[in-house]
Design a protein around this ligand. Structure first.
Ligand SMILES: *Cc1c(COP(=O)(O)O)cnc(C)c1O
Length: 225
């Protein structure tokens, strides 16, 4: 690992990011040594998207790391991350809310969640449609149905395309939906503020559209193998 190159890439990403946007370093497939090197530079927020990989890395790394789970989560893997996860970004179905709440309650933890919304063209991406989300909140207050979960906002992934106008439109749609849900009464307005959007390739569009947390892998660690 080239520590100087890592430090230079990290500095460049931070330089271009407004201070109010949380930078989540996406460390999937990266070694414990690479994560430790970034931690040594003062970084604390990391994101992973494979539950077993995160479970295995967690005990090998400093316990002041704030772990974000950003991937698609199967219900039978929830147990691997419940003891320590800070925020679960990719919550895309009610059955997952049930499982997260059940496991969090048993563990005596209150866990932050972001509802994932399908904003891209690709069918391969996960998430509630805006209509599904509206139907969900019409059935009542989310916070009383899943008492061990704290609903913090929305997460979305834009279409993988060079058409940055389209990407910007998708992010703007996610921001508008967050505002709509905040006004709905189904979530705690003061808590439901986050917008997890933006990766290495569409960071600027996401920030311009009001992102509060960006998930950056390649631009910090280099190309994945
Ligand atoms: C891998 C991944 C990222 C980071 O992607 P980069 O292009 O490497 O910045 C962000 N979000 C999710 C959900 C990912 O799976």
């Amino acid at each position: 690992m080239d520590k100087a190159a890592l430090a230079a890439r990290y500095a460049r990403v931070k330089e271009n990011l407004p201070a109010h946007v949380l930078l989540i370093a996406v460390s999937k497939t990266r070694t414990v040594e690479e994560i430790q090197a970034l931690h040594n530079l003062g970084h604390r927020a990391f994101g992973e998207n494979y539950p077993q990989e995160l479970r295995d890395k967690y005990p090998l790394l400093p316990d002041d790391i704030q772990w974000h789970f950003i991937g698609h989560l199967q219900s039978n893997k929830v147990k691997y991350i419940i003891p320590f996860v800070h925020l679960v970004h990719g919550v895309d179905r009610e059955s997952l809310l049930n499982e997260l709440d059940k496991r969090a309650t048993t563990a005596g933890r209150s866990i932050g969640v972001l509802l994932q919304v399908h904003i891209a063209e690709e069918d391969t991406k996960h998430g509630f449609s805006p209509a599904e989300l509206r139907a969900l909140i019409q059935r009542g207050d989310l916070t009383t149905r899943w008492p061990s979960l704290r609903f913090r906002g929305l997460m979305g992934m834009a279409t993988n395309t060079d058409d940055l106008v389209m990407v910007r439109r998708e992010f703007d749609g996610l921001a508008a939906l967050r505002d709509e849900l905040r006004q709905s009464g189904a979530v705690d307005m003061d808590l439901f503020t986050e917008l997890s959007m933006g990766m290495s390739g569409d960071l600027e569009e996401a920030v311009a559209a009001g992102s509060t947390m960006v998930r950056i892998g390649t631009a910090i660690f280099g190309e994945r193998a």
